[in-house]
Structures are given as structure tokens and as C-alpha cells.
Design a binder for this molecule. Structure first.
Ligand code: B12
Ligand code: SF4
Length: 459
């Protein structure tokens, strides 16, 4: 029995096009969900994983699979349906799962043979068994997995073409920020994989750089932080010689022991969601961790960097408080905080989030011809109506932010300061150049977007 697992590409997401720019190699993360599915699949199945981000294969020339499994974020849904149509025409049953299938069940059910909602661990063996007997059900629900049942992902199946390996150690987030799908999808309970499993999985990763995909590696409560420390101690003991990057909330900066252990375990960078400069916006988004009254962000960032850990910050543009000039202000504040890299995203209502419900009720979703418009839900296009910024205006703000933060003088200043502080100047330089190389591609994408809108393809 042949199983083909597919991660569809989105042609509008330039950062994942490895062949277009060699810098993109440092920004592509492996489709870990499919590697976990492969880990759950019994040995009688011959498995192949196709990541279209590394190039779309000649599907008709491939050996005919007995079952196709497709994953998709919302932004990949259109392409997922094209791929599904191809295989269904050949009579191959297609199962789709992942976040979009869970949030837009009815839409997906119309386009594939079977849909798996939620996490797959508890249900995938049953799906395969039914497929083997030719009696796939239209819908399965995996709910939330028992975290100790998460298998080791099959890192051997996607062995080349990536600079980074990927690993997950926790699921779920209690913070439930209005724009984010994680609490709706993975639940509010912070579930932690057993530390020995995580260490074993790290040992099976071939890359020397790894991205830990957890939404918040250290969690929010003292017991979460204690577990993170235990994990870091175990990783350090295992002496893996792997450098890794993770996502965390700003409270990462508040515990010197945690920072020292993380660095010893191989942490070389951390993504932190700052989201907004305005406290009222943070309140609206529900990001209470960033709201501590006496928090000095510059000092917090510096404390992390002192442990030789780079800090990548992410902000949202298009919040109700954002007015013309916001792009430059974000770039300036990010520089004042001393961030090594900056990632700015358009406020985007993703299905299943509180923001979606709110914007829908206020008739503020501008791009709503679905499923076609899902391809713009990359957080890289303005898909909503923003309070103080027109569509053209917000695009200009985004470009001005990137050009300011990634101007050559600012990049050099950052590299010099990391040299001076004996941090990782090379990684900082590669990261910045990767972002900078993308600005031109982004401008082209915005120009196409505006052209299509003017032609009436987009409202
Ligand atoms: C790593 C990651 C990325 C990586 C992508 C890696 C990859 N190729 O998968 C990068 C950095 C590239 C990325 C990019 C983006 N991401 Co992202 N990302 C994540 C993150 C943090 C972890 C995903 C992960 O690996 N999870 C671990 C695996 C094991 O879980 P899983 O993929 O969910 O798979 C499980 C189930 O879903 C299910 N399943 C999944 N697929 C299938 C398929 C079948 C057939 C079956 C049966 C089951 C099944 O089984 C798996 C095991 O339980 C999630 C947050 C999250 N917690 O999910 C956001 C998240 C998925 N990303 C999100 C977004 C919005 C994006 C972007 C659109 C915007 C952006 N700039 O961040 C881009 C778009 C990329 C694109 N190609 O279009 C949103 C998606 C929301 C939505 N409705 O689509 C999330 C949920 C974060 C959020 N804030 O809401 N992302
Ligand atoms: S944005 Fe981060 S902190 Fe907020 S709900 Fe999502 S994962 Fe949790």
C-alpha cells in the first residue's frame, strides 16, 4: 500500500520558494505534521512525503498511490484542492487534515473524500485501516492528542533540501490571543511531551540547526518554566551539538537560570511576539504578558542577548490604533529594543479565531471570495478593512517599515553591535540579508495584488 503525504505550496508565499533565492533556505521549515503522520503509520505502508515548497513533482509520472493525505494552513487551501482534484480524477482517495480542514470543515468536505479534524494521533491508524478496506468515512475527529502518544516524527523521510530540522515539545496555549488559531486548534491546556521522547527525537534529527515549533517553549506558569529548565538540562546532558531556535513569550527574559540553561542546551535564537506598541491594542489582542506595567523591553531583550541568544521580534500592523506613520514607528522601536530581526504581519482574520468573528460581524473582511481568496491569507496581504489605513496606505506602511529596519546602515549597525557584544554576527547578518532579499519580491507581490484588485478580481 502506497501512501503519499503532501504539503501544498502557495505561489504567493515568496519566503518559502527555495529556488528563487538561496536565502530562503534559511526560512523554510519542514512540514512536521506530515512527518508525525508518517511516524504514526504502520510499516505495511510505503510512505513518501512531498513538500511542494521544494518544487512541485511531476505527479502523473509518480507511481500511483493508494491513498493521498494532504495538510494545509488556510493560505494553502486553494492549492490543496487543486492537488486533491488531480488525484481524485485518477480514482485515488484523498484525505485532508490540519488547521484549515478543522476550521473550515464544510468547505473541505466538498472537495476531498475524507476529512480529519483536530490532532491526528488518536485517529490516523483507524483512517488507514478503513482506507485499506475501501471504507473511508467522510469525517474523523482526532480531538486533542494524549501528548505521550505523539510518536517520533520520521525525520529520515525529508532528509535533504532544508537548512533546519523541526521538532515539537509542547502543544496548546492558554493565552488565546484574538488573532491566533492555536488555542482554538490545540486547546488552552499546555501539554508537554515526555522529556526522554524529546531528547530521543533530537538525536534522530540530522540537521545541525533545528527549529522548535512550539508556540511557547517555556509556557506561562512556574511549573511550565520548571519543565523547560528540566528539558534544557536533559538536552545539555545529551551533548547533541545542535543549535536551535524557538518561540517564547517575553517572560523568557525574566529568569537568568532559564536563560543560562537554554543557552547551554543550544538555544541560539528566540522569536517573541511583541505585536503592538500600544497598551490598549495589547489589551484588545489579549496579549497580557506584554502588558506588565514596569516591563522595560529594551532591558528584557538585552538580558536574553547577554546569553548569546538572538532575539527576533514580531509585530502586527493594521490594529485599530494604527495610524499613518506606524510602519516607521515600528521599525524605530524595534531598533530601540535592539532586536536582531523583525517580522511584521498584517492583522489577518483567520477562520476559527475571535478576530474572525469580530471582523465578520463588523463587515470588515475585504477579501471574502472563498476558497479563491484564501491564498491571500498569508499575513502578508491586507485582507481586511483597517480602521485608519486604506489598503494602499497599509501596504506603504509595511514597505516603509521593512526598508527602514532592513536598510544597509541599520543591518551593519546590528552586526557590529553583535560583534561587539560577542554574539552571533554571522547568523544576524544571514537573517537580515534573507529578510532584505525578500523586500523586492514582496513589492512585486503587492504590485500584482493591487493590479488584480484594480482589474476587479479582488474587491
Ligand atoms: C511551524 C509553523 C510554520 C512554519 C511552517 C512549517 C510547515 N511547513 O508546516 C512556517 C514558519 C513556514 C509557517 C508559516 C506560516 N504560518 Co505557521 N505555524 C507553524 C506552527 C508554529 C507549528 C506548526 C507545526 O509544525 N505543528 C506541529 C505539527 C505536529 O502539528 P500540525 O501541523 O498541526 O499537524 C497535526 C494536525 O494538524 C494533524 N494534521 C496536519 N496535517 C494533516 C494531514 C492529514 C491528512 C491528517 C490526517 C492530519 C493532519 O495531524 C498532526 C498531528 O496531530 C503553527 C502553530 C501550531 N501550533 O500549529 C503555526 C500556524 C500553523 N501558522 C499559521 C500561519 C498563519 C502561517 C502563515 C500563513 C503566516 C505566517 N507568516 O506565519 C505562514 C504561511 C506558510 C504557507 N506555506 O502558506 C497559523 C495558521 C492558521 C491558519 N488557519 O492557517 C498557525 C496555526 C499559527 C497561528 N498563529 O495561528 N508556519
Ligand atoms: S499568539 Fe502566541 S501567546 Fe497568543 S494565543 Fe497564539 S500561541 Fe498563545
Amino acid at each position: 500500500m502506497r501512501l503519499c503525504l503532501i504539503n501544498p505550496s502557495n505561489p504567493l508565499v515568496s519566503i518559502v520558494k527555495v529556488k528563487e533565492s538561496r536565502w530562503n533556505r534559511y526560512r523554510v521549515w519542514k512540514p512536521l505534521g506530515l512527518m508525525v503522520l508518517a511516524g504514526l503509520t504502520p510499516p505495511e505502508w510505503e510512505i513518501s512525503i512531498v513538500d511542494e515548497n521544494l518544487g512541485v513533482p511531476d505527479y502523473p509520472a509518480m507511481p500511483r498511490p493508494d491513498l493521498v493525505g494532504i495538510t494545509a494552513f488556510t493560505s494553502q487551501a486553494n492549492r490543496a484542492y487543486e492537488v486533491a482534484t488531480h488525484f481524485r480524477r485518477l480514482g485515488v482517495p484523498v484525505v485532508m487534515g490540519g488547521i484549515h480542514a478543522t476550521m473550515c470543515l464544510d468547505e473541505v468536505m466538498e472537495r476531498v473524500d475524507s476529512v480529519v479534524t483536530g490532532e491526528a494521533e488518536g485517529i490516523w491508524p483507524q483512517v488507514l485501516e478503513d482506507a485499506r478496506h475501501g471504507c473511508l468515512k467522510r469525517r474523523y475527529d482526532g480531538g486533542l492528542a494524549e501528548i505521550s502518544n505523539v510518536p517520533l516524527a520520521r525525520h529520515d523521510l525529508l532528509a535533504t533540501g532544508y537548512a533546519f530540522g523541526a521538532i515539537q515539545t509542547t502543544r496548546g496555549c492558554p493565552l488565546n490571543c484574538s488573532f491566533c488559531s492555536v488555542t482554538a486548534f490545540n486547546g488552552a491546556r499546555y501539554r508537554q511531551r515526555p522529556i526522554p521522547d524529546v531528547v530521543r527525537e533530537f538525536q534522530s534529527v540530522r540537521e545541525k540547526l533545528v527549529l522548535v515549533v512550539d508556540d511557547n517553549l517555556i509556557g506561562t506558569r512556574p511549573e511550565h518554566v520548571a519543565r523547560a529548565k528540566d528539558l534544557f538540562r536533559a538536552l545539555a546532558r545529551a551533548n547533541l551539538r545542535i543549535q536551535w531556535i524557538a518561540q517564547a513569550t517575553i517572560n523568557f527574559a525574566d529568569d537568568e537560570e532559564l536563560l543560562a540553561l537554554a543557552a547551554k542546551a543550544g538555544c541560539s535564537g528566540v522569536y517573541i511576539g511583541f505585536e503592538s506598541l500600544a497598551p490598549e491594542a495589547l489589551l484588545e489582542l489579549g496579549k497580557k504578558f506584554n502588558l506588565l506595567k514596569d516591563r522595560d523591553f529594551r532591558a528584557s531583550v538585552r538580558r536574553i542577548q547577554r546569553h548569546n541568544i538572538l532575539v527576533m521580534g514580531s509585530f502586527i500592523i493594521g490594529l485599530d490604533v494604527d495610524e499613518p506613520g506606524i510602519g516607521k514607528r515600528i521599525a524605530k522601536v524595534a531598533s530601540q529594543y535592539g532586536l536582531d530581526n523583525l517580522n511584521v504581519l498584517f492583522l489577518t482574520p483567520l477562520p476559527g479565531t475571535r478576530l474572525w468573528d469580530q471582523m465578520k460581524s463588523e463587515d470588515r473582511i475585504a477579501l471574502d471570495t472563498f476558497p479563491e481568496d484564501w491564498k491571500y491569507y498569508t499575513l502578508g496581504f491586507p485582507v481586511a478593512r483597517y480602521k485608519h489605513l486604506s489598503q494602499d496606505g497599509i501596504i506603504q506602511e509595511m514597505i516603509s517599515c521593512s526598508r527602514n529596519f532592513y536598510s544597509m546602515p541599520r543591518i551593519l549597525r546590528r552586526v557590529c553591535s553583535s560583534l561587539w557584544q560577542r554574539r552571533k554576527p554571522l547568523i544576524s547578518l544571514v537573517g537580515s540579508l534573507s529578510y532584505r532579499s525578500n523586500i523586492r519580491q514582496e513589492c512585486r507581490a503587492y504590485a500584482d495584488f493591487k493590479r488584480q484588485r484594480a482589474m476587479g478580481t479582488i474587491e
